[in-house]
Design a binder for this molecule. Structure first.
Ligand code: CA
Length: 232
């Protein structure tokens, strides 16, 4: 028996957007459930237990940020936010409320599928009892058991903070991480507003691991939001 295909819940009030998402997903053999309001979205999330939620931020009866927070009270289901361009503050708020990633309208089918693939992969990893000791992203290889880092086979020497920062990004490869999420993980909850630390350390890391630190390939900046390690 093959596994049933993953179920995606779409919470979106625009009919054209719902149609676009449903078509794109069904072609790829995903199952789809739709909700048009925040309230219906919460009910559907509880009733259907989806594998992924695609969440619009501007809903007629409330905002997606609140819905993401409510869902996070009981579920780790990946939430990918669909938001309008130029709403960086909303993106940051919803990611900090527990959403996993975002897509900015308009976006293409390939971008949508890539985000869903990353989200599903991170769920599988989170469910496994122990993490992977070896992380490989393009030319970068991290051996977490030996605390060794190489780029294209060349040893890279990192300070303890640089190492923690890189490991956190690599463990979340493909996924956006907000400034606050990174600062909390690497420096601790007292440092979540120290974005300047992060900029300094990211610049140092890029000098050590990127072929051209001015044009980073591995450590991408998400303007106004945070950073993303390239996927795979
Ligand atoms: Ca909307």
């Amino acid at each position: 028996m093959s596994q049933p295909s993953p179920l995606v819940l779409i919470v979106e009030d625009e009919p054209q957007m719902r149609r676009f998402l449903r078509t794109a997903l069904e072609v790829q053999d995903f199952r789809v459930v739709e909700a048009e309001t925040a309230k219906a979205g919460l009910v559907a999330a509880t009733a259907h237990n989806p594998e992924v939620i695609l969440l619009d931020l501007g809903l007629p009866d409330g905002d997606g940020i609140d819905l993401a927070r409510r869902v996070r009270e009981w579920s780790r289901v990946p939430i990918i936010v669909i938001s309008a361009r130029g709403r960086e503050a909303d993106k940051v708020a919803v990611l900090d409320a527990g959403a996993d990633d975002y897509l900015t309208k308009p976006f293409g089918v390939n971008e949508l599928l890539a985000r869903i693939r990353v989200a599903l992969r991170h769920t599988v990893h989170a469910a496994s009892p122990r993490g992977e000791p070896i992380l490989e992203v393009g030319p970068l290889r991290m051996d977490l058991s030996r605390r060794e880092v190489t780029v294209s086979g060349r040893d890279v020497h990192l300070t303890p903070i640089e190492y923690r920062l890189l490991a956190f990004l690599a463990q979340n490869a493909g996924k956006v991480l907000t400034h606050r999420q990174i600062l909390k993980e690497v420096w601790g909850p007292g440092s979540v507003d120290e974005v300047q630390y992060l900029r300094v350390f990211m610049a140092q890391l890029r000098r050590k691991i990127e072929a051209d630190p001015a044009r980073p390939i591995l450590l991408q900046t998400e303007p106004g939001v945070g950073y993303r390690m390239r996927e795979g």
